[in-house]
Design a protein around this ligand. Structure first.
Ligand code: PAF
Length: 274
């Protein structure tokens, strides 16, 4: 496995490759990321994992400076799982000048996560398009833990006619149901014990949705997180295809939630067929 820091070295390394898969990450890798690499492997002769904490997708109140950077540890895990190339650029390599040209995703960018993190998805799509141009993969693997991000990237690929096949990956969970996330490392021992409550709330909503109870307003007021510990940003039922408000004829739904537990913001979702 090679660890590459510059775009010119990356281009040189990938020049003979015929089928490249990209797994974009911000590092501090957990088992969920490792699963993404495992999923990528049979689709390509060369798997590139990028590690870059993208300042453009963090708001002023977000955790950009405290986001954990653990490159040596990450590389050890990637080597073990059979990743071929780690692309770990510094900020200047990705943004040598102020980024004035950006990708403006569809209006979905302003909903759910976007309503609480203005500009977040513009930052995501801009860096993802740059990574696509730098790596020029045939395949990219994205986790559905960030379901809205997955849909927005899928839409960007489709609408900008990018020659890339997007492969979605199921969310990897701890035995108690908590979705794996780099941000779980912020949780205190007590918070970590409470954290699966978000998944449990989503499961309750999923149960009601499967029984055919209409989402609005019947379901949502039946489920809540204890406000002593949690500050809920949203708990909602949407259409899986585009996160629109579900209609009675929609069968594929997704239950999405985001909530703060102390200083840590957690997000999760469950797909439901009814
Ligand atoms: O999901 C993430 O970790 C990031 O949003 C991504 C896709 C690597 C872009 O910075």
């Amino acid at each position: 496995m090679e660890i590459i820091h510059t775009v010119s070295d990356l281009r040189l390394r990938l020049s003979g490759e015929t089928r490249v898969a990209l797994v974009p990450t911000m590092g501090h890798l957990h088992d969920g990321h490792i699963d993404l690499v495992r999923i990528a492997r049979p689709h390509a002769t060369c798997v590139v994992t990028s590690i870059f904490v993208n300042p453009l997708q963090f708001g002023p109140q977000d955790d950009f400076t405290r986001y954990p950077r653990t490159l040596a540890q990450d590389c050890a895990r990637l080597k073990e799982v059979g990743c071929h190339v780690v692309f770990a650029p510094n900020e200047h390599e990705i943004y040598p000048e102020r980024q004035q040209v950006t990708v403006d995703p569809s209006p979905l960018q302003h909903e759910l996560e976007g309503a609480f993190r203005p500009g977040h998805f513009r930052g995501v799509t801009t860096v993802v398009l740059k990574l696509f141009n730098m790596v020029q993969p045939q395949v990219a693997v994205f986790g559905k833990k960030d379901y809205q991000q997955y849909l927005i990237v899928q839409e960007m690929i489709r609408q900008l006619a990018l020659p890339i096949t997007l492969i979605p990956a199921e969310t990897t969970r701890a035995p108690d149901g908590l979705a794996l996330s780099s941000r779980n490392s912020y949780l205190s021992v007590e918070e970590r014990q409470r954290a699966p409550q978000l998944y449990q709330a989503l499961q309750q909503l999923a149960h009601l949705a499967r029984q055919g109870v209409e989402p609005e307003p019947d379901i949502l007021h039946q489920v809540s997180l204890d406000t002593t510990y949690w500050q809920t940003d949203y708990l909602t039922v949407r259409r899986a295809a585009d996160l629109g408000k579900p209609q009675p004829q929609d069968h594929q739904l997704v239950i999405l939630g985001a909530a703060r537990l102390g200083r840590t913001r957690l997000i999760d979702n469950i797909e439901v067929t009814r």
